[in-house]
Design a protein around this ligand. Structure first.
Ligand code: PSU
Ligand code: MN
Length: 303
């Protein structure tokens, strides 16, 4: 049976030669940012990876194919409003119906692993939602980190989520969270959530060494690398928390749930912050892409 996986020539060559590669997600394009900043950001992120010596592999579903390494035209196609948001549970339906969609962190991890890519950069991951005790809303991203050996570089977890419960969930699932030059979990727009992490790492080489140790033990789960937003782009925690609370109240009033929750909140936060959150988001994704590329370079040369 043919696997509906389509790897670009550039990525295929890099895979064959065991060269450094960084996977990138695409729900950030289809549902995380408005047009045209979404496409601009996706291009900047790829450039940042390539400038740091790794091959960029943006992953999405295009006409029912699981694509690893999007062309510029395919990237534009994802910015179209008809693109779906595809997490693990949506993949079979998307392939069967030949849909086009952005892949979440969960689906991107899965497809990266199918293709043989070990390192992945994004902005923020999904997690345990606030009010979890009533809704049971836990992102499939956490479950994927529990079962797929891909390292995810992110800027922490946005305070739209329940950060302490998200950390507890990761601990239960055996996912190590490494703080890059930071003692506490970063909070996406802000550098510090105040929640302590167990592991602080100082260099990309130290992170690569941990991934190689992970492989040598035969662990099958993911690793989360938390890279704080650059100080120049960080936004005040209190202001952002206020905005986020407003957005969550609006979401509850409009009875928005399930897969629509995260895109709604991201869009409202961009509007409520008059674009400040979008600029911060773009800066932190590029910063994560750079670190992921450095890790990939180190991993490829020491593996
Ligand atoms: N966080 C962001 N921007 C995003 C997302 C999360 O700051 O675009 C996207 C990611 O693709 C993530 C998904 O995997 O939202 C999580 O959605 P859900 O909570 O429905 O699992
Ligand atoms: Mn959810």
């Amino acid at each position: 049976m043919r696997r509906p996986l389509r790897v670009s020539d550039e990525v295929a060559i890099a895979l064959r030669n065991s060269e450094p590669i960084v996977a990138l997600e695409s729900t950030i394009i289809s549902h995380g940012m408005p047009f045209p900043q979404n496409v601009e950001c996706a291009r900047n992120v790829e450039s940042a990876v390539e400038a740091s010596g790794a091959r960029a592999a943006t992953i999405a579903i295009v006409d029912g194919d699981l694509v690893v390494g999007l062309t510029p035209d395919e990237m534009d196609k994802l910015a179209d409003t008809s693109a779906i948001k595809a997490s693990r549970r949506d993949l079979a339906a998307a392939v069967a119906s030949k849909l086009t969609g952005g892949t979440t962190v969960a689906a991107t991890m899965m497809i990266a692993h199918l293709a043989g890519i070990r390192i992945f950069a994004t902005g923020g991951i999904g997690g345990v939602h606030r009010g979890y005790e009533n809704t049971l809303d836990v992102s499939a991203d956490l479950e994927e980190l529990a079962q797929t050996p891909v390292a995810v570089v992110c800027a922490g977890i946005k305070s739209v989520l329940d950060l302490p419960r998200t950390l507890e969930y990761l601990e239960t699932k055996g996912v190590a969270v490494l703080g890059f030059r930071i003692d506490n979990l970063p909070a996406f727009y802000a550098r510090d959530s105040g929640l302590p992490l167990d592991y602080r790492v100082e260099t990309a080489a130290d992170i690569a060494a941990m991934l190689i140790a992970h492989d040598s033990i035969g662990l099958n789960n993911g690793t989360l690398i938390a890279n704080p937003i650059p100080a120049a782009h960080a936004l005040p925690r209190e202001t952002m928390d206020r905005l986020i609370n407003t957005a969550i109240k609006e979401m509850e009033a409009a009875a928005i749930t399930g897969k629509d929750a995260t895109p709604f909140l991201l869009q409202r936060i961009t509007e409520l912050s008059a674009g400040d959150s979008l600029a911060a988001n773009m800066a932190l994704v590029v910063n994560n892409a750079r670190l992921a590329a450095e890790i990939a370079v180190s991993y490829a040369t020491s593996g």
